[in-house]
Design a protein around this ligand. Structure first.
Ligand code: ADP
Ligand code: ADP
Ligand code: ZN
Length: 221
């Protein structure tokens, strides 16, 4: 199963990717996580990416597409993958398409998670992330059992530096300008499946599994 999750910041892509990866048995690849790791480790990529991420802007296509192409080469992607946060521009989508074609592979589907702007802002302002395992929590909507501590792995939770109101606004504008055009791009290829992302994480997950198992063009997971 080769799947893309598209949605604005805060739509729940990371949350759903974690559930899908367990159910479908394929890795989830978050370009945001990979880039934050590169920044933390101070690699050349991290040093180039940091200023863009701090400003809520997109890291240049070239850097991101070569990072993803490398990641897709790893053996765990042989049976498929879930892409969370990539592609984010038409140029990235085209780079992905040629990378897949080079290996005689194709996408099975693109799931677009739709959430109102007010809800996105609320979700992002309360988001907390585990430093150890990357699990997502929300101060109010999905609090950990103990405040500040990951329920799964006991790791410390932190608030992303780009989840502040100004950077959130910039990221939402970038989504509308650069990423939303991908919806018609994938629609025209017959790959797009829209999901109402406003319910609970469990409700959203069930909807995604339903479209994946009922879409004619998609194989059963
Ligand atoms: P979100 O929660 O907004 O979906 P991510 O963790 O996916 O955030 O991304 C955080 C930041 O990393 C983005 O604001 C951007 O600077 C950078 N980034 C992540 N994925 C990409 C991508 N595919 N192309 C360019 N920049 C990216
Ligand atoms: P994205 O990866 O699209 O930026 P996340 O999965 O990180 O989004 O979710 C953003 C925030 O919203 C997190 O704090 C998460 O716990 C919370 N969240 C995710 N899905 C839901 C949902 N269906 N209802 C309420 N809150 C949610
Ligand atoms: Zn954890």
């Amino acid at each position: 199963m080769r799947l893309i999750l598209i949605g604005p910041p805060g739509a729940g892509k990371g949350t759903q990717a974690l559930s899908l990866t367990q159910t479908l048995g394929v890795p989830s690849i978050s370009t945001g996580d990979l880039l934050r790791e590169a920044v933390r480790e101070g690699t050349a990529l991290g040093q180039q990416a940091q200023a863009y991420m701090d400003a809520g802007e997109l890291v240049p296509d070239q850097l991101v597409t070569s990072m993803v192409a490398e990641r897709l080469q790893r053996p765990d992607c042989q049976k498929g993958f879930i892409l969370d946060g990539f592609p984010r521009t038409i140029a990235q989508a085209e780079a992905l398409a040629s990378e897949l074609a080079r290996h005689q592979q194709r996408l099975d589907g693109v799931v677009s998670i739709v959430v109102s702007r007010a809800e996105l802002v609320e979700r992002l302002s309360g988001r907390r992330v585990c430093r150890e395992c990357g699990a997502m929590y929300h101060e109010r909507f999905d609090p950990p059992r103990t405040a500040g501590v990951c329920t799964r792995c006991q790791g410390p939770l932190y608030q992303r530096s780009d989840d502040n109101p100004e950077t959130v606004n910039a990221r939402l504008a970038v989504y509308e300008r650069a990423t939303a055009p991908l919806l018609s791009y994938y629609q025209s290829q017959g790959l797009l499946r829209e999901i109402d992302g406003s319910g609970t994480p469990e409700e959203v997950f069930r909807q995604i599994m339903t479209v994946l198992t009922t879409s004619q063009s998609l194989p059963r997971p």
